[in-house]
Design a protein around this ligand. Structure first.
Ligand code: PLP
Ligand code: COI
Length: 362
């Protein structure tokens, strides 16, 4: 991948005029005043800049609008108690973004350029990073913008990054994510098939999950658990998070393959668990066996983990076919709480970072 050595123009830092109380922020609708933008045209990236956030102007025939040529990432900036601001494993997001771009036939940006773009935006909008447990969520996005109704890859691409001060992803789990949520088990729809795009962050993966998410919401669920596209009994992942089960004190999670997004939080949870002396087993998990073992009390905890959601407990499964399963006593279990505290301790600079995961940017 060629190194992108283009300068990024940066405006003066912006001051805050909204309430950044993490308890009031929620997730997804409050934006910092600036964004990063860069365009690919005539075979080269250019015009990289952080500037005031504005609406996009796009031809209605832009390829992204018709054929969904779009990818994204999610990472966070954390305000430490001493005022410094850190990113968590941003290079992993840069790598996954490049993999997603290649899978969706777009020109990848190299890791250093991605990281510099993220740092430039965070430094400009540093005042918009809320206090713990709030964070500044960063949303790198790439899409094909060329006007063309023929089905082919776009020759013009837009790469931008949005920044959102945020509190809780799941209101019911609280801003630190340490509460519990109810999950809908999708049995008639899936999100990924072998050879598809399940292991990259293609926007299309999310588009096809929306109807099922809405069905789940009507049944009181805040996430959807998707099963394999073959027999539809093997656990894969949630619509926007990876999943773990706790049985006999060990963590169990489905092994990665091309229908599961390799979550950076998943990988971090595995390493943190091992550091804490918790055994981690990646093994195929049949949802009916797992439900039986929840009812018999062998599986005592179920965990959702991702950048937005952090590490949250799952207290109940509502199957599309009607089965209801309660997990534990309704509160996050001890291993869920321990993993949540350890991971956020590292992210917010309270617990020593043994793995070199955090990067101070401001
Ligand atoms: N799985 C899916 C489908 C996701 O959208 C996400 C969120 O990014 C994850 C898993 C968790 O990934 P990460 O921990 O890298 O945020
Ligand atoms: C993230 O955790 O960053 C995601 O992209 C998942 C989405 C549910 C917000």
């Amino acid at each position: 991948m060629p190194t992108l050595d283009i300068p990024i123009s940066i405006p003066t830092p912006s001051s805050v005029n909204v309430d950044l109380d993490p308890a009031k922020l929620g997730f997804g609708t409050t934006f910092s005043p600036n964004w990063f933008q860069c365009e690919y045209r005539n075979g080269a990236w250019g015009h990289a800049r952080v500037e005031a956030l504005q609406n996009l102007a796009m031809h209605p025939a832009a390829i992204v609008l018709h054929y969904g040529q779009s990818i994204f990432e999610g990472l966070k900036a954390y305000r430490w108690a001493d005022g410094r601001i850190a990113l968590f494993r941003p290079r992993e997001n840069a790598r996954r973004f490049a993999r997603s771009a290649v899978r969706m036939a777009m020109p990848p940006v190299d890791e250093e350029f991605f990281l510099e773009a993220v740092r430039s935006l965070v430094r400009t909008d540093a005042a918009w990073v809320p206090k713990e447990p709030g964070t500044l969520y960063l949303r790198p996005t790439m899409m094909g913008t060329e006007p063309c109704i023929g089905v082919r890859a776009s020759h013009e691409v837009l790469f931008f990054i949005l920044a959102l001060p945020c509190g809780a992803y799941f209101k019911e789990a609280g801003p630190s994510g340490a509460g519990t949520v109810t999950v809908y088990v999708a049995e008639s729809t899936t999100r990924a098939a072998h050879g598809g795009t399940g292991d990259v962050k293609a926007s299309a993966n999310y588009a096809i999950s929306l109807r099922t998410i809405e069905e789940g919401k009507k049944k009181g669920c805040s996430q959807v658990l998707f099963l394999d596209s073959g027999g539809r009994r093997q656990v894969e992942e949630l619509g926007g998070m990876n999943v773990f089960f706790v049985e006999d004190g060990a963590l169990h999670t489905p092994p990665l393959h091309d229908t599961i997004l390799p979550g950076i939080t998943r990988d971090s949870v595995i390493q943190v668990a091992r550091d804490l002396g918790i055994k981690v087993i990646d093994t195929p998990i049949n949802i009916d066996d797992a439900a039986d073992r929840m009812e018999s009390g062998h599986i005592t905890e179920m965990i959702a983990c991702g950048t937005a959601a952090v590490v949250s407990g799952i207290k109940e499964l509502v199957f599309e076919s009607g089965r209801h399963i309660h997990i534990g006593d309704g509160a996050a279990g001890p291993i869920t709480r321990q993993l949540n505290a350890e991971l956020q301790g590292i992210q917010f600079g309270r617990i020593p970072d043994r793995h070199g995961w955090t990067e101070i940017v401001a």
